[in-house]
Design a protein around this ligand. Structure first.
Ligand code: MG
Length: 320
């Protein structure tokens, strides 16, 4: 006999503590919906819809419309059949349903990654923090032209402490020539620089439309390439795996559909996965980190910032 869950949902909006500048533009606010399911015994479980339309997900209006038409009820069967055009709704309802059978509050043992301010703002940040909270750092590129950003990287290299592990993320904002310039620079820095800084990878140098060129770059340079925008959906993940992508897969699990499906797939398809934030609230964050605990590439940080020093997962405090 199938359960019926009562559905409550609540839209949210909060300003990002550090507005984000990427090749996609300027992002200042996070909007989404938290959902709450109640089963026939009165047990409750939460989920989060955190859309990222520029990654091809539903937008907030479409997610709201889906919640509205439920009229306050959903069955497990309906959850299994949420259409693929609503991947964030699939994640929210799938993870909430999963929460009834396996509550996801076990302690996490993960390394985190600090997102640095974009461009020269990084230097003001480094000047004012007494010490960096993480060994793994991420810096966005592809926002200014290569000559400027190259010089910024070389300056940054001098400022970072030894043992830093650095990730660069272009969000698909480079041309093929610029991608080659960046990879040449990174290979050279890694070979010649005396300082013990490790470039972990260059993330999404080109847009997903340039898949063949991304494969060629991955085969040509030493520096690893990670794909993020290219694996925005579960279907794209499967496709890339079938094509034998040799690099790293950045998984924004909160926009990739039902987490039970993703977890099952990962159990039979070993890939180098880095789980990454879409600036979820504490609800989505905890659910994605539970997946990361099991499937994130070992010895690599997740693409989430650490919990704030206050240890509070209040809205707007978790930056990834
Ligand atoms: Mg990225």
């Amino acid at each position: 006999m199938s359960n019926v869950y009562l559905v409550d949902y609540q839209p949210y909006q909060f300003p990002l503590a550090f507005p984000l500048t990427t090749a996609h533009g300027h992002w200042t606010h996070r909007e989404g919906i938290t959902i709450n399911l109640t089963d026939e015994n009165g047990n409750t479980s939460q989920g989060e819809i955190a859309p990222l339309p520029w990654f091809g997900t539903e937008n907030l209006d479409q997610a709201t419309e889906f919640c509205q038409q439920l009229n306050g009820f959903i069955t497990p069967d309906q959850i299994d059949n949420i259409p693929d055009r609503l991947p964030c709704c699939q994640f929210a309802f799938g993870s909430a349903a999963w929460g009834f059978s396996s509550p996801n509050n076990s302690p996490l043992d993960l390394n985190y990654c600090q997102l640095l301010p974009t461009g020269e703002a990084v230097f003001d940040y480094l000047d004012c923090v007494p010490s960096l909270p993480c060994q793994t750092l991420k810096w966005k590129i592809g926002v200014q032209n290569f000559d400027i950003e190259q010089q910024l990287l070389l300056n940054l290299w001098e400022k970072l402490p030894p043992q830093t592990r650095l990730r660069l993320d272009a969000n698909g904002g480079l041309t093929e020539i610029e991608a080659q310039q960046w990879l040449t620079l990174l290979d050279r820095q890694q070979e010649n620089a005396s300082k013990l800084i490790q470039i972990e990878y260059l993330e999404q140098p080109l847009t997903p439309h340039h898949l063949n060129t991304l494969f060629t770059l991955a085969q040509t340079y030493q520096t690893a390439i990670a794909l993020d925008e290219s694996v925005a959906s579960f279907k794209q993940l499967q496709h890339l795996y079938d094509q034998q992508w040799p690099g790293i897969y950045v998984l924004k699990a909160a926009i990739m559909g039902d987490p039970r499906q993703l977890s099952h797939w990962l159990s039979t398809h070993p890939i180098k996965a880095i789980f990454s934030s879409v600036f979820e609230t504490a609800i989505g964050r905890q659910q994605v980190l539970q997946l990361a605990q099991q499937w994130n590439l070992k010895h690599y940080a997740v693409g989430f910032s650490p919990i704030s020093p206050q240890g509070l997962l209040t809205k707007g405090r978790q930056q990834g």
